[in-house]
Write a protein that binds this ligand. Structure first.
Ligand code: PNS
Length: 160
């Protein structure tokens, strides 16, 4: 059997139950999974990088083969540096597919040895996104059941 190390990259601003669902699925089929947050200098995130790392560390505690990391620059360069063989991405609906396919193909062009693997979260999370969670919280709606409790708590402080 091969030792498969997968990277699950994203913004995770904040981590949602949809992300967690994917992490759980990934942790089951890959030997190791690195959930890695993009340090994006162009975007102003709601949660700082440190806050996102903290929240992710807390929620992945049940899976000993899952690690949290941060990356900047090209994903393929980071994957090479971490000696990863797989990029894990979630596809919720057909609308995600076009963008994800474009990224997967471009990443393949940049590094032929890296495979993108798509997984589908549970159907109940198919409409969930970090952007909507941020918007609902900002406008005073409930995000219970959409994000882990630690995120709900921290979100309360953010939008107060
Ligand atoms: O959760 P997101 O914001 O949709 O994640 C997008 C992410 C981080 C996977 C993507 O923007 C990325 O890989 N950025 C790193 C820069 C890079 O490699 N760009 C070329 C992609 S083909």
């Amino acid at each position: 059997m091969k030792n498969v190390l997968a990277i699950y990259p994203g913004s995770f601003d904040p981590v949602t139950n949809g992300h967690l669902d994917l992490i759980e699925r990934g942790a089951k089929i890959f030997d190791r999974l690195i959930v890695s947050i993009l340090r994006n200098f162009e975007k102003e995130p709601l949660f700082s990088l440190d806050e996102r790392v903290d929240m992710l560390r807390e929620v992945v505690r049940p899976w000993p083969n899952v690690e949290i990391d941060v990356f900047s620059g090209l994903l393929v360069d980071y994957a090479r540096q971490r000696e990863a063989n797989v990029i894990l991405r979630g596809i919720r609906a057909v609308s995600d597919y076009e963008y994800e396919l474009q990224m997967a193909m471009m990443n393949r062009k940049l590094n032929q040895n890296l495979e993108t693997v798509f997984m589908m979260p549970a159907l109940s999370y198919s409409y969930l996104s970090s952007r909507l969670v941020r918007e609902i919280a900002r406008l005073g709606g409930s995000i219970a059941g959409l994000v882990p409790p630690v995120v709900e708590e921290r979100m309360r402080d953010k939008v107060r």
